[in-house]
Design a protein around this ligand. Structure first.
Ligand code: ACO
Length: 365
């Protein structure tokens, strides 16, 4: 068939670009499963370590555990030379790039490599945050789970168990979500027989973009900006009338309520000390959904995961400038599981492109 007659979908929208046994994202019905298990049950009864093992191996291991790993000296040295204004995503990307160079991870990706990368990333982000704030990095405690160990390395003291549980639940919710842009980037890289560290570094670059991983910090700003709850409706209407978007609402795939938002709302409700902020978030959500329906009666725009991610991360006490990189920590399980899955398929991802430039012509004399 002639190139110009072949179907083309900008942004690959609606194109089936692969097969996966990891996550089922059912946008019409607002459902999400990891290897068949509903996200709500995984959040209530599972841990991030169990979910990560499930994604990597396909098996549910009730005894699975995962702790933060120590950083090679070269990674800490690299973090020390970054300017203090460095974006946390740039720092995480740099740290893992150095880690990959030091470890010399090679094709094919293995479950051990996936575990090692997922375990070292929280240590790298915590070390960056401390160095940026003029503090010394803290050695990881091998007795703590990943979320708890991250908070410990960030603050230098054991976190409140409720905060650690809430962050672990957030990690479960953020672990995997199909062929999103960063995951697809990781699969393209690993499909060339490159190494798993390179694939994750590329994925972090893709997640950094505000169209993909940047919304929860903006949700916090938005709730702050609108002032008291009795001013919320006027603020929301003003925003929509100016053609601007409400952060934490809408999704490319979900036409129903995002099941991850529902799961994280329950987690946020369990964070007693975050009650005031959450109360406002719940009240604003109700108003926003009503006004969005009025503005866009034919296009359902519901609450997305980022809205209650902001509530949970705020409740855990993380600064908003670490929100996107904390999302990246959670997504390590999914990115690396996709690397393992892509290596099984073992086919180079290299689509065709339609040429739309000038036809053949001589160089100017
Ligand atoms: N607020 C106001 N209007 C919206 C919103 C919103 N949050 N979301 C979509 N719309 C409107 C658009 O303005 C557009 O209106 P128009 O047709 O009059 O121009 C219409 O709905 C369709 O918009 P699209 O961008 O084509 O729809 P899509 O479903 O692909 O949008 C997206 C998805 C980009 C996430 C969008 O909903 C958005 O920008 N939301 C706010 C940012 C956000 O919360 N991002 C996090 C998403 S979750 C995640 O990535 C993990």
């Amino acid at each position: 068939m002639n190139e110009s007659e072949r179907a083309y979908a900008p942004g690959l929208k609606g194109v089936l670009a692969g097969e996966t046994a990891l996550a089922r994202v059912d946008g019409e019905n607002g459902r999400l499963h990891y290897r068949g298990y509903p996200i709500g049950e995984l959040v209530e009864r599972g841990s991030y370590a169990q979910v990560a093992e499930l994604l990597w191996t396909g098996e549910w291991n009730a005894d699975a555990s995962l702790s933060c790993a120590p950083l090679p000296a070269e990674v800490i040295d690299a973090l020390r030379v970054l300017p203090s204004s460095t974006h946390a995503m740039d720092a995480l990307r740099t740290a893992l790039s150095v880690w990959g160079a030091v470890e010399g991870t090679l094709w094919p990706p293995t479950v051990e490599q996936a575990r090692a990368l997922t375990a070292v990333a929280p240590s790298a982000l915590a070390a960056f945050a401390r160095i940026r704030d003029g503090l010394e990095p803290v050695e990881p405690d091998a007795g703590l789970g990943l979320a708890e160990g991250f908070l410990y390395q960030l603050r230098g003291e054991r976190p409140d168990p409720a905060a650690a549980r809430a962050l672990d639940a957030y990690f479960v919710v953020g672990a995997e979500h199909g062929f999103n842009a960063s995951t697809f980037a990781a699969r393209v890289i690993i499909s060339t027989h490159s190494d798993i560290a390179s694939a994750v570094v590329g994925a972090i670059g893709a997640l950094k973009g505000p169209w993909h991983g940047g919304a929860p910090a903006e949700v916090v700003d938005q709730l702050h900006e609108m002032g008291d709850i009795d001013q919320a409706e006027a603020w929301i209407r003003g925003t929509l009338e100016r053609g601007e978007r409400l952060m934490g609402f809408g999704h490319r795939v979900y036409r129903a309520y995002d099941p991850r938002a529902a799961a994280l709302r329950r987690v946020a409700e369990s964070q007693a000390h975050a009650a005031d902020w959450l109360q406002k978030a719940v009240a604003v959500e109700e108003i926003a959904l009503r006004v969005l329906e009025e503005f866009k009666p034919d296009y359902p725009i519901k609450t997305n995961v980022e809205y209650y991610a902001a509530a949970v991360l705020q409740g855990v006490g993380l600064p908003p400038n670490l929100f996107p990189a904390t999302f990246a920590l959670a997504r390590h399980a999914g990115w690396t599981a996709h690397c393992l899955e892509q290596a099984e398929v073992d086919v180079l991802i290299r689509p065709d492109v339609r040429y739309v430039g000038p036809s053949e012509r001589p160089l100017p004399a």
